[in-house]
Ligand binder design. Structure first.
Ligand SMILES: Cc1cc2nc3c(=O)[nH]c(=O)nc-3n(C[C@H](O)[C@H](O)[C@H](O)COP(=O)(O)O)c2cc1C
Length: 320
């Protein structure tokens, strides 16, 4: 069976969403949103806030392991922070070398580091040394900043630094999230490093997964927006391995409804009322790609500004 991972997505997949998505389908592991390390070594409470699963043996309620993602450019501080994180016994530590956000890149973090493979090596090595084998170390990269010229060199630096597995989001920073993802580049990288490589980018359907495998040579895939748009996608990919075809359907939506309700309860517990509607609108905006019922519910909820009004609609459709 292929390994299927749930992608880190800051502002979209937090602990509440991880809880729901890992109830809908199983993953080999999830990765938290990035935690940026700048001027100080962050205390344990920051990691408990981003990854409340750390208090549950670093697993979601459904039992899926959660790895903590760090982003930063200073090897010494990254190493010191990794030591703080290792004491919390996460299922793993992942390093972010893919974030395209201008603010993050201006501070020398995220995808901008792909231009300097030596920095990638220093950071990864410092973190690997700090973890000292206590928890697995992985890294996530894009293909470059402006072009793909140094993609292989960057991947080799991460492997040499001590990453045990590499997730490759098959786009440059400048390509942002625009399709296509360049899956054949993942094959080039996988040939050039000895560690396992996981493909990532633009897998929205089982057919996309199959094309991604054919073009990247990787059966292990990290699912991002596709898993939020179709919470059963990981399950469908596994079923397809057994020859079972099961496209999104109304009975899936019926299973999803109580999960939407559960999500809303989690959002209520975490966010101030005025921030809540935006969260569920964001999810419905992706769900409507696959479920006509999601389109209808999105239209009902989109104009609402009050959390109580959202609750009333969710009750009326049987989600609560
Ligand atoms: C809203 C959003 C937030 C993201 N946040 C992170 C992040 O915190 N860390 C990270 O490594 N990648 C982040 N990504 C990138 C995703 O993990 C993934 O690489 C990208 O979306 C491509 O996969 P997909 O086409 O399956 O969505 C983010 C992507 C999106 C859309």
């Amino acid at each position: 069976m292929p390994r299927l991972l749930l992608a880190p997505m800051e502002g979209l997949v937090d602990a509440v969403m991880r809880d729901v998505l890992t109830q809908a389908a199983s993953y080999d592991w999830c990765v938290t949103e990035f935690v940026r390390i700048s001027n100080t070594v962050l205390p344990a409470r920051v990691f408990h806030r981003v990854a409340p699963e750390l208090r549950n043996a670093s697993r979601t309620e459904a039992g899926v392991p959660v790895r903590v993602q760090l982003l930063g450019s200073d090897p010494q501080r990254m190493g010191a922070t990794a030591d703080v994180v290792a004491r919390l016994q996460p299922a793993g530590v992942d390093l972010n070398f893919g974030c395209p956000a201008p603010l993050v890149n201006q501070h020398g973090g995220g995808s901008i580091l792909l231009d300097t493979p030596d920095c990638l090596l220093q950071i990864t090595r410092a973190v690997a040394q700090a973890l000292a084998g206590r928890v697995p170390l992985t890294a996530k990269m894009r293909l470059g900043v402006r072009d793909k010229e140094r993609a292989v060199e960057a991947a080799q630096a991460l492997a040499e630094g001590g990453a045990e597995l590499l997730v490759v989001h098959a786009r440059t920073r400048d390509e942002a999230y625009r399709p296509p993802a360049h899956w054949p580049w993942i094959a080039r990288i996988a040939e050039a490093v000895k560690i396992p490589v996981v493909a990532n980018g633009e897998v929205w359907t089982v057919a996309d997964y199959q094309r991604c495998v054919a073009e990247s040579g990787c059966t292990d895939v990290m699912l991002g927006r596709g898993a939020v748009a179709d919470p059963f996608l990981a399950q469908r990919i596994r079923e397809a391995q057994e020859g079972i075809e099961h496209p999104p359907c109304t009975s899936d939506w019926q299973i999803l409804l109580p999960l939407l309700g559960h999500y809303w309860r989690g959002v209520e517990a975490k966010l101030e009322p005025h921030h809540r509607p935006g969260r569920i609108k964001q999810w419905l905006n992706l769900l409507r790609r696959n479920f006509p019922e999601g389109e209808t519910l999105h239209q009902q909820i989109r104009p609402l500004r009050q959390a109580d009004d959202v609750t009333a609609v969710l009750k009326s459709v049987g989600a609560l």
